[in-house]
Design a protein around this ligand. Structure first.
Ligand code: AMP
Length: 394
């Protein structure tokens, strides 16, 4: 997909003295009023630096959390403006609201190369409802529109979709563009192509499984979602998490994998315990006892997944292989992560938990592409049209 990028916008249209609306993804995790992880702030910097040094008047916006259309100080972007200011080495003016007088005044006071951050877009329910009036209020703040929020590109919200048609000149920010360039490589992957999917629920990953089964040579399934597949095939799963209403979908996936010559790998050994907080009862088994639940894939399965990853040319990994937050159940995810890192394949890792695992292990620089958008990247690799990206196409 070809979108106008930032460099093209700066060279062809020019941004000096222009008010440039930047929709970024500054949805950082907060703990006790402090930013718990700054990854998304760092990821937004290249686009901001480029625009500021080209003399743009940057009107920066984002959502944070789910304040459900109401002003809630716990979800204020104010701490983010301070974190941005220290990284950009210049003041980041903060507007107490994203529309109306506070926003208009903040924007009117911007000089060339200045930046203002608007308060959380989701303090207004017009954002998620894609309300035309709210979208108009946002659009009135700027002359040019840039979307760099890949993580919300799968949502048709006012700031990602509704307001965009009002602009003659629009562009993809550097982060959004690098996501599309890297994820495009999974649409026509070099083979063998391996997908590793994990996490809690089959239902969340069904769409991507259905799409990838036609494209992938091997799909490794771990995490709690594996138990729905095992149970659907009649295997004992004890007290493991399961979605009984997804058995038919699971059987359908087995059949389609066979038809498409896609190897569907499920764990053959497990780390079980009597409960999630009973790590002291953890043991490795090949058959899950009735009074235990599986909390991680076992070492044999983890090595098998990692080996297949090493032999692949393209890898997509999304979702942990177990309840990796608990050290006793983290080894499956770690073994798979190391396998992906060791592979010479083009590897793409997405989803908050998989990224956290990669960061914990300090192997981020050995992964081809770390995708900042969990849900958005899964929709993109299915070949679906993302409203935030479609809006940028001219
Ligand atoms: P998701 O949001 O669907 O990617 O799921 C991630 C969550 O699934 C993490 O918090 C994991 O702790 C959890 N999880 C993964 N495997 C298991 C498992 N076998 N049993 C319980 N929870 C799991």
């Amino acid at each position: 997909m070809t979108l106008r990028g930032l460099d093209n916008l700066i060279q062809e249209v020019g941004v000096r003295g222009k008010r440039v609306f930047v929709r970024a993804d500054l949805n950082v995790p907060m703990r006790d009023g402090a930013i718990a992880d700054t990854t998304r702030i760092e990821a937004s910097l290249p686009t901001l630096r480029k625009l500021l040094s080209a003399g743009a008047r940057v009107v920066l916006s984002s959502h944070l959390g789910r304040p459900k259309g109401k002003r809630d100080p716990a979800f204020s972007l104010q701490p983010v403006s301070e974190a941005l200011a220290s990284r950009l080495g210049r003041p980041v003016h903060f507007a107490e609201d994203c529309v109306g007088a506070p926003a208009e005044t903040a924007v009117a006071n911007l000089g060339d190369g200045d930046i203002a951050l608007l308060e959380n877009l989701r303090f207004h329910d017009g954002e998620t409802k894609n309300d035309p009036e709210f979208a108009q209020g946002l659009a009135a703040l700027a002359d040019v529109y840039v979307n760099d929020a890949f993580g919300t590109a799968h949502r048709a919200h006012a700031s990602t979709a509704g307001m965009v048609a009002s602009f003659e000149n629009v562009a993809a920010g550097d982060l959004l563009q690098s996501e599309t360039v890297n994820l495009d490589r999974l649409l026509t992957p070099e083979r063998p192509f391996m997908c590793l999917l994990g996490g809690a629920k089959v239902s969340d990953k069904l769409g991507v499984l259905e799409a990838l089964i036609e494209r992938a040579d091997v799909i490794g399934i771990g995490g709690a979602m594996a138990y729905t597949f095992l149970a659907a095939a009649g295997q004992p799963i004890g007290k493991s998490l399961v979605e009984t209403d997804r058995f038919d979908d699971a059987r359908d996936i087995y059949e389609r994998a066979a038809v498409n010559n896609c190897d569907l790998l499920l764990p053959t050994d497990h780390i079980v315990a009597t409960g999630p907080d009973q790590a002291d009862t953890a043991q490795i088994v090949t058959e899950i006892p009735d009074d235990t639940a599986g909390f991680d894939i076992g070492p044999v399965s983890a090595s098998q997944f990692a080996e297949r990853a090493c032999g692949s040319k393209t890898i997509l990994w999304n979702g942990p292989m177990g309840m990796f937050e608990e050290p006793a159940f983290a080894s499956g995810t770690a073994t798979v992560a190391l396998g992906v890192a060791e592979s010479s394949a083009l590897s793409v890792v997405g989803g908050g938990d998989s990224l956290a695992a990669v960061n914990q292990l300090g192997i981020g620089d050995r992964i081809g592409h770390l995708s900042t958008g969990g849900g958005a990247s899964l929709e993109y690799v299915q070949g679906l049209t993302l409203p935030g990206i479609a809006a940028l196409e001219r």
